[in-house]
Design a protein around this ligand. Structure first.
Ligand code: NAD
Length: 419
């Protein structure tokens, strides 16, 4: 009989990471009971009329893990592998992430199990509007604010905002972030996650005494987060030697021309076939002899099976949950410096917060204001996490979780519990 490969369940990973940080904090059981699990979980059926006239049904979710520190906040993912457990994991990480960067949001996440690459714009629009209507009781600028995630973008947010606003009878831009600029989006939001990744890599290099200029980098996942991080690293003089997306992986030992690659990816939808590059096995990217590895695709990229092949000194988690706890332990023993997801990719939610503030105030900021504020938040948060890492002698992931979980624990205690 063929052995079936059991993938690590992202929610189990989130719970295991919670327990490790809660143990390190010495958190009592009552507090754990109050903050560990999602507050609200909604599963909906989304029927969509496809272009061929038939109805197709999609399973979809919205999870609010925590609203203790403010409205739930988190992206919406469209992907064939979306499951309720994945959405619960991503919502949980959002809670700790918002607390790490100290913005007044809780954690949420949404997802639709679908294959957007094989759907037309019309089908995607009808699915988005029907999904919005199904989760409408949960969302709102003071309740729960969605944003883009894998395979959703500013157009998706525009449809959600429009559907929500239609039911209220007036325009409510603050219900989503990551909107187009002309609909109340913020300058700098589109590149915020990659920019935040770049700032944390800069801080890590400074701490480790490594020069960013000339450093070699491999990026798994060339979407919003990965391509912008690559672009900024390229501009800072780093050499991006390997890049992959879901369709292929390319390599050039002298460094890839990232602005040209972004241009080609925009035109063709993939990185394969880029001039002056050779195609390599995607698994080889993770094992590449490089200074900095940026996993920017999906969960479970680095597991117990391949962690010992990773050679990078810095691993910057642009993606959520790319390293399993078992892999973490292997990387730790090899002295890799991991910038954990809830710190590394928090630039996206930080500028989402700026967008929400601008929408609420009807007053919009210059791009440079956004970058300056983002840089301050990311560098301060990096320092806060690093201090716990050094003082408590715990890995960076546990340190980041201790910071986030500790802040949520304090907030829940101060609020008390309704009798
Ligand atoms: P995206 O849809 O813009 O890009 C995803 C990229 O990953 C695509 O290029 C896709 O081809 C590639 N990909 C998918 N499977 C792959 C595989 N097996 N190997 C290599 N590449 C693969 O999505 P995104 O917004 O850039 O999100 C990427 C990661 O960053 C996700 O984990 C997401 O949760 C996280 N993230 C995104 C944001 C944001 O603001 N967009 C914020 C925080 C975290």
């Amino acid at each position: 009989m063929l052995a079936t490969k059991v993938l690590d369940n992202a929610y189990d990973v989130a719970l295991e990471n919670f327990d490790m940080a809660a143990d390190a904090l010495g958190l009592d059981n009552d507090t754990r009971e109050m903050i560990k699990y999602p507050e609200r979980v909604l599963t909906v059926t989304v029927p969509v009329r496809m272009d061929d006239g038939h109805i197709r049904r999609f399973e979809a979710y919205r999870v609010q893990h925590s609203t203790t520190r403010g409205p739930a906040k988190g992206g919406i993912r469209y992907h064939p592998q979306v499951t309720l457990d994945e959405v619960k994991a991503l919502a949980t990480w959002m809670t700790w992430k918002c607390a790490v960067v100290n913005i007044p949001f809780g954690g949420g996440k949404g997802g639709v199990t679908c294959d957007p690459k094989h759907m037309t714009q019309g089908e995607l629009e009808r699915m988005t509007r029907r999904y919005t209507s199904a989760i409408l009781p949960l969302i709102g600028p003071d309740q729960d604010i969605p944003a883009p995630d894998v395979y959703t973008n500013s157009q998706t947010m525009a449809w959600i905002m429009d559907t929500y606003s239609m039911t209220k009878g007036f325009t409510i831009p603050g219900v989503v972030t990551g909107k187009p600029i002309s609909l109340g989006g913020s300058l700098g939001r589109n590149e915020a996650t990659g920019r935040g990744v770049f700032y944390t890599i800069g801080s890590a290099c400074e701490y480790l005494g490594m020069a960013l200029k000339g450093a070699t980098v491999a990026v798994q996942g060339f979407g919003n987060a990965g391509s912008i991080a690559a672009q900024l690293l390229f501009e800072a003089g780093a050499k991006i030697i390997a890049v992959s997306d879901s369709a292929g992986c390319i390599y050039n030992k002298n460094g890839l021309d990232i602005p040209e690659l972004i241009h080609m990816k925009t035109l063709t939808g993939h990185v394969s076939g880029f001039p002056e590059s050779e195609a390599i096995d995607p698994a080889a990217l993770l094992a590449m002899n490089c200074d900095i590895l940026v996993p920017a695709a999906l969960e479970n990229a680095i597991t117990a099976e391949n962690a010992s092949t990773v050679r990078a000194r810095i691993i910057a988690e642009a993606a959520n949950g790319p390293i399993t706890p078992a892999a973490d332990r292997i990387l730790e023993s090899r002295d890799a410096f991991v910038i954990p997801d809830i710190l590394c990719n928090a630039g996206g939610v930080t500028v989402s917060y700026f967008e929400w503030v601008q929408d609420e105030q009807h007053l919009f900021w210059e791009a440079q204001d956004v970058y300056n504020r983002l840089e301050r938040v990311m560098k301060t948060s990096f320092r806060d996490v690093l201090k716990i890492h050094m003082d408590q002698k715990v890995p960076m992931r546990i340190a980041a979780n201790m910071l986030g979980i500790g802040r949520v624990a304090e907030a829940v205690h101060l609020r008390g519990i309704y009798p």
